[in-house]
Design a protein around this ligand. Structure first.
Ligand code: C2E
Ligand code: MG
Ligand code: MG
Length: 719
């Protein structure tokens, strides 16, 4: 019989039997649901198989020629027959044949005589089962491919037997041989991070498996630096553990990169402000510890270096500073894998972070006295000057402290308090300030003051007042010091003590000094009016401006465009300012000196200078600080200091002047000890410009000329 081509998409059943009655029954029972093709021998079956490509074969075991077993064996070796459902037709009680049928790869058997009412159901069921198996195999292939792409594998662990079974992908990921034998739980545990090992072990060996939620752990392979994540959960289907292992190296690297960018400072590798705040908040949320203290270390020099030289110069300096701090605090640099704030171990005693360009923050449990002690140590660790572009910059660090008691468990506030404290620390002698509530108000009014001062400079609210310098023997006016005043429309006259430190800190000192120089040049021009006897005038220059090499040129330009000679001007620089910049300012001072502008060392005696340096600097005058003048004539220690300064000035060929003279006794003492130039309230308070101009009138004697101490002395003018 010629086989029929497939007529429709009904499943094709190929019945092979040499008994025509059986094939007739089969055809009769199945034809209503399936397309049925018949072969009457094994040879014919093999011949037609490829052409028919059936969905199921019913194969009689006993046939003339090739029997069913042989046909089945050949079919199973054929590429299209490997998974095909082959159902053997055997006699009812022929158990041997049934066993042999399974041996040669049969799917199932149907016993003869064939039950025509049931065979269609049986065939239908077998076809469905086959379709399910095929779909399963396809899904398995897809799963394997997906796992390969996702770098996933799985394993099973039978706790009763202590046996593992690994999928091939899992072997590859865990770097195990194909189908490893005798892999033990201990070997798996050895790959788990010690921190998680006990939990994983307890979980895998526990008896109440059903209660256990899935566990997840990550570990790094010793070889190749790959990171694997394993998820282990109990499966009641086979009463064991199902592990899924995934290679998360790439993910891990990306996550690390994100953490690094989001939470670490690029220059120092230290945690950044966000890290600090988040970790601090976790710490505050965890325990209501009042023991926590935040310390902010601000380094002014860094801001200035940043402004002057840019990042390329600041970064190595910041690294250097962070290393000094870490060494002092015994804090190790963060190591890979870098923790995020959520993964940071809050039990660590200290956390150091770089929170801005010029500030570090430290979270510590050191409290009260301990934190102050720590602060002192940090300041001394930072006290070494910084070398920048061949110059040594003094460090001038300041520290603000705040503790958790003050902040209502809020990280932002706690850090803000420490910052507010640091901002005002510059005003305290030891550069350390602990937060208290008044500081907030102080900081707010500082900000307002800064804005107002900026406006005051622009809108010419600054004035220059002049305090006479007098020859203490003759009473002759020999010069004046220009002292800035701020005439605020609302507050009236504000003295420099209130705004010069703020101007220095905020950089406003530069426009302020420019304004003072404009004023002094304009006033000097007035002093040269006919009928007046002009004198040399000094103005004060702030420490920070000495680093500016353009300063001498700018002053010279101002003088020349006002038609003034440099001899008319003197600059006062405090001894402290000079001491802090010994090496960096020599050039600036020398240029000023060359230009003919004289230099006076203000507040002399308070800067603890080693006197050896004086000879190296082009200084013209020493101005004895008023603190020494105060006690003169009473036999106090100040007298010895003043005598020494006068002797030193004489030795070095420098002028010497004393400031803050309030009594005749002080004036007399100074004159008899070789200091004849005086400045102080005894002679005159600082005067408004016009009042001072009147003093220059040759015809009028100065108001102090009637002082009894003067008339007692001879009139020997020196300047
Ligand atoms: P300084 O340069 O040491 O100025 C002397 C200060 O002592 C002045 O205070 C002056 O009014 C005051 N004084 C003078 N004679 C006596 C006296 O007999 N007794 C007492 N108790 N005080 C006396 P002032 O004007 O308040 O200036 C304070 C400081 O502000 C100055 O100290 C100076 O360092 C700074 N300063 C003033 N004007 C300027 C300026 O234009 N630029 C800069 N950068 N600083 C300035
Ligand atoms: Mg002065
Ligand atoms: Mg002074």
């Amino acid at each position: 019989m010629d086989p029929q081509p497939r007529t429709n998409d009904r499943p094709l059943i190929f019945a092979v039997d040499d008994d025509p009655i059986t094939t007739l029954i089969i055809e009769d029972s199945l034809a209503h649901r399936f397309q049925v093709e018949i072969a009457s021998s094994g040879e014919q079956a093999l011949q037609l198989f490829e052409q028919l490509n059936p969905d199921l074969i019913l194969l009689d075991v006993m046939m003339q020629g090739l029997d069913g077993f042989e046909v089945c064996r050949v079919l199973r070796a054929h590429s299209k027959g490997q998974t095909l459902p082959v159902v053997m037709l055997t006699s009812q009680d022929d158990l041997d044949s049934i066993a042999r049928a399974y041996e040669v790869g049969a799917t199932d058997f149907i016993a003869k005589p064939i039950n025509s009412a049931l065979i269609a159901h049986r065939v239908g069921y077998l076809l469905r089962a086959h379709a399910t198996l095929k779909a399963l195999a396809r899904q398995e292939r897809q799963l394997a491919a997906a796992q390969r792409i996702a770098r996933l594998g799985h394993w099973e662990f039978d706790p009763a037997q202590g046996r593992f079974q690994f999928a091939e992908a899992a072997c590859e990921l865990l770097q195990l041989p194909h189908r490893p034998r005798g892999f033990s739980l201990q070997q798996l545990l050895a790959q788990v991070h010690p921190r998680e090992r006990t939990e994983v072990e307890q979980c895998l060996l526990s008896l109440d498996h059903e209660q256990r939620p899935p566990i997840q752990f990550e570990h790094q392979l010793c070889t190749g630096g790959r990171v694997l994540r394993q998820n282990v959960e109990y499966s009641s289907e086979f009463s064991g553990w199902l592990g899924t292992v995934q290679d998360v190296t790439a993910m891990h690297r990306s996550a690390q990169r994100i953490i690094k960018l989001a939470y670490y400072d690029r220059a120092t590798g230290l945690p950044n402000r966000d890290f600090f705040l988040e970790s601090l908040q976790r710490r505050l949320d965890q325990d209501d510890t009042a023991e926590l203290c935040v310390l902010v270390v601000e380094i002014d020099a860094l801001k200035r270096v940043g402004m002057g030289w840019g990042q390329a110069v600041t970064e190595p300096l910041v690294r250097n500073l962070s290393r000094r701090l870490m060494a002092d605090l015994d804090i190790a640099a963060p190591e890979a894998p870098l923790p995020s704030p959520q993964a940071w171990n809050p039990d660590q005693p200290q956390l150091l972070a770089r929170i801005s360009d010029a500030a570090f923050a430290l979270l510590t449990t050191a409290h009260n006295q301990a934190s102050l002690k720590l602060t002192k140590r940090l300041l001394s660790a930072l006290s070494q000057p910084l070398a920048v572009a061949g110059i040594e910059l003094p460090m001038r660090a300041k520290v603000g402290l705040s503790d958790a008691l003050d902040c209502d468990q809020d990280a932002d506030t706690l850090l803000h308090h420490a910052l507010a404290a640091a901002a005002t620390a510059c005003l305290s002698a030891d550069k350390v300030q602990t937060y208290h509530r008044d500081l907030d108000i102080g900081e707010r009014s500082r900000l307002t003051l800064e804005a107002r001062l900026r406006r005051a400079i622009d809108q010419h609210e600054l004035e220059l007042w002049y305090q006479p310098k007098v020859d203490g023997r003759s009473g002759r006016l020999i010069g004046a010091e220009g002292l800035v005043r701020w005439r605020d429309p609302e507050e009236g006259l504000i003295s420099p003590g209130r705004f010069i430190p703020l101007a220095e800190e905020t950089g406003l000192i530069v426009p302020l000094t420019n304004r003072v120089l404009d004023l002094v040049c304009a006033d000097l021009s007035l002093m040269h009016a006919p009928g007046l006897s002009p004198v040399k005038v000094s103005v004060n220059i702030s420490a920070a401006q000495l680093d500016d090499e353009r300063l001498p040129e700018e002053i010279a330009e101002r003088l020349s465009s006002a038609g003034l000679s440099p001899q008319n001007l003197e600059l006062e620089i405090t001894e402290r300012a000079l001491m802090a910049r010994l090496d960096s300012v020599l050039g600036t001072l020398s240029t000023l000196h060359r230009l003919g502008i004289s230099l006076s060392l203000d507040d002399f005696g308070t800067g603890y200078s080693s006197l050896g340096y004086l000879g190296r600097f082009p200084i013209d005058e020493l101005k004895i600080d008023q603190s020494f003048v105060m006690d003169l004539g009473t036999g106090a220690a100040g007298e010895t200091v003043v005598r020494a300064i006068v002797a030193l000035a004489r030795e070095l060929g420098l002028w010497v002047i004393a400031e803050g003279i309030e009594t005749q006794a002080q004036a007399t003492w100074l004159c008899s000890n070789g200091c004849e130039w005086h400045q102080g309230y005894l002679y005159s308070r600082p005067l408004e410009r016009d009042a001072f101009l009147r003093l220059l009138d040759r015809r009028a004697p100065p108001p102090w000329s009637t002082l009894p101490c003067l008339s007692a002395r001879s009139d020997r003018a020196r300047r």
